[in-house]
Design a protein around this ligand. Structure first.
Ligand code: IMP
Ligand code: MG
Length: 172
């Protein structure tokens, strides 16, 4: 059963606030956004629509299984960026940070490519669950340890299309 946890209006307000913070920090600089697939696709699409800087957008797909081309600790990169990020101002966009393992791995990988700057923007942050040291520069909302779905987030690939965010109770 799904129980509504974060309403689409609250998501929209958080997205607009984050976009304003980013615009304010980057002034008129070009931003190279890196969307972490699949979960961050909806958040990314909404966020960048509220940002008036010159932008580029690229995608990384990381998973802990499947066919990989590049390995990054326990995390497999199954789709990498298509452009060189050297000397670019990069912002990684994530849906939710849990243990932090995925993001730490991707951050370290991208830092080796010498961007001018590298920041992290996450819609949601389960800070209490962290296993590695990593902080986002922009956080939409801190949440407790619930398993949530909707607005890009899935449970076994279901529910990504929902406009609101829900807690799964009992059997999905
Ligand atoms: P981490 O490496 O443990 O931080 O895992 C982060 C990734 O796990 C996120 O990008 C999500 O794809 C997924 N994830 C973590 N918590 C949830 C959740 O509550 N619902 C859906 N996916 C989640
Ligand atoms: Mg994800």
């Amino acid at each position: 059963m799904l129980k509504k946890y974060i309403d689409k209006k609250e998501i929209e307000d958080a997205v607009k606030r984050l976009a304003a913070e980013i615009e304010n920090d980057y002034r008129d600089k070009e931003i190279y956004f890196v969307c972490l697939l699949k979960g961050a696709f909806m958040f990314t699409a909404d966020l960048i629509r509220h940002i008036n800087n010159p932008t580029r957008i690229d995608f990384i797909r990381a998973s802990s299984y499947g066919n990989s081309t590049v390995s990054c600790g326990e995390v497999m990169i199954t789709k990498d960026l298509e452009e060189d990020i050297r000397d670019r101002d990069v912002i990684i966009i994530e849906d939710i940070i849990d243990s932090g393992i995925t993001l730490k791995c991707i951050k370290d990988m991208l830092l080796k490519r010498n961007p001018r700057s590298l920041k992290i923007c996450t819609l949601l942050d389960k800070r209490g669950r962290r296993q590695v040291e990593i902080e986002a520069d922009y956080v939409g909302k801190e949440i407790d340890d619930f398993f949530i779905v909707g607005y890009g987030l899935d449970c076994a690939e279901k529910y990504r299309n929902l406009a609101d965010i829900y807690i799964i109770e009992g059997e999905p």
